[in-house]
Design a protein around this ligand. Structure first.
Ligand code: NAG
Ligand code: NAG
Ligand code: NAG
Ligand code: NAG
Length: 349
């Protein structure tokens, strides 16, 4: 869960701005008070930021909705058996990769898959370690037989598609994530790490493997770790969460779904936890809830600038060789940025 619009830095800028304005007004008021004795009310609420929790409109109090919000869509049908329609049953144990990269993508998004195969998906041996990738698909609701046939052919050609039979939709991403953990725990007995990464991400596989060579080997999960993220109660939010589904006001720590890495002993444990933690539709939050249930802390990356949510305003000369992930506006940008990355690699970055 990551909002490309609401960023904490802007809140910080606003706080600084408010502090300066308040100081200025203070000075002015002191001046006025010294010259006359007018009573003035102090305009404190001008500095309330939008991050102050708002009372959600449809609720009279925090426990009972007046307007009945149907909650089933915020829960997800998991645990449940979702068989694979397209699989690579032997590839992972035969290849025994050090790192497996799992990419959730919609069935009709062939373009994103091809761009990845042509860019960071090509990195199959890095620092002497075998790396492989798989695309994770559900079933398209409207694609029909034509799309099924195209995906089948694509799978036969590239041998990198895992497709399960749940409906592929945004609200079912938790199912996709859990099916990913199931597949990893049963197909990759000799793999050290896996990464879940979205298709619109620049991924520097070299830096990733380099970090993992020094990383803990057990009970390890890292990425962009969200701590103290507020639960959004605004029904218009993409991540609206009804109190009846999750009553706490702060989420436990979780790694943002755009790209997180974990040791291969975790999938089995997360699946065990999922039997006790009711599945919610925000997939990265749900993994965080399972981690809390297990009592396993998330690890921050060795440097705060490795996992980036956005391209910085001023990107440095060696930017693409210095990061592990960066979220792009769309996967179409990946080809250009991959070129740029190759250029930076050849220069003295
Ligand atoms: C909230 O509920 C109380 C009692 O149930 C009622 O008196 C009050 O008018 C309600 N407030 C709103 C804003 O609906
Ligand atoms: C909320 O409303 C319900 C029913 O109207 C009531 O039982 C409950 O005590 C209220 N909670 C608070 C915090 O006011
Ligand atoms: C999620 O997948 C299940 C199983 O295929 C399906 O019944 C349900 O309608 C899907 N939910 C959404 C919101 O797509
Ligand atoms: C697992 O991988 C290691 C090193 O990659 C190799 O030495 C070992 O034989 C493999 N084990 C199995 C069961 O494939």
């Amino acid at each position: 869960m990551l909002d490309k619009g609401e960023k904490t830095p802007s809140t910080r800028v606003r706080s600084v701005w408010c502090f300066l304005m308040l100081s200025l007004m203070m000075t002015t008021l002191v001046f006025i008070f010294n010259n006359s004795s007018i009573e003035m009310s102090w305009p404190l609420n001008i500095c309330r930021t939008t991050s102050v929790p708002r009372t959600p409109q449809p609720y009279n109090n925090t426990t009972t909705p007046i307007v009945s919000v149907s909650t089933p869509q915020y829960f997800v049908a998991y645990p449940h058996q979702y068989p694979f329609i397209l699989d690579q049953p032997n590839r992972c144990w035969q290849e025994s990769p050090f790192l497996v990269i799992m990419i959730p993508v919609a069935p009709n998004n062939r373009e994103a898959r091809d761009i990845i195969r042509d860019t960071w998906g090509k990195e199959t041996t890095v620092l002497g370690k075998v790396v492989s990738h798989y695309f994770l698909l559900g079933q398209s609701r409207e694609g029909g037989e034509l799309l099924d046939e195209q995906v089948l052919q694509e799978s036969q050609k590239h041998q990198d598609i895992l497709q399960s039979n749940f409906v592929d939709s945004y609200n079912n991403l938790t199912i996709k994530t859990m099916v990913m953990f199931e597949w990893l725990s049963s197909h990759c007995p000799n793999t050290s790490y896996a990464m879940k990464v979205d298709s619109d991400i620049f991924l520097n596989v070299h830096n990733l493997v380099n970090m993992l060579l020094e990383a803990p080997q057990h009970l390890y999960m890292t990425g962009l770790v969200a701590r103290s993220a507020p639960v959004l109660r605004d029904q218009n939010s993409k991540w609206f969460m009804p109190v009846s589904v999750f009553p706490e006001s702060i989420y436990p720590p979780y790694a943002l779904g755009l790209g997180y890495v974990f040791s291969l002993d975790l999938p089995k444990k997360i699946l065990e936890a999922s039997l006790h933690v009711k599945a919610v539709y925000i997939e990265d939050v749900y993994v965080g809830l399972c981690m809390r249930h297990l009592g396993i802390a998330l690890t921050d990356p060795p440097s705060g600038s490795l996992f980036r949510a956005t391209v910085p305003y001023m990107e440095s000369h060696c930017y693409w060789t210095s990061v592990i992930t960066t979220l792009l506006e769309s996967s179409n940008r990946l080809s250009d940025i991959w070129e740029l990355y190759q250029t930076q690699r050849r220069s003295d970055c």
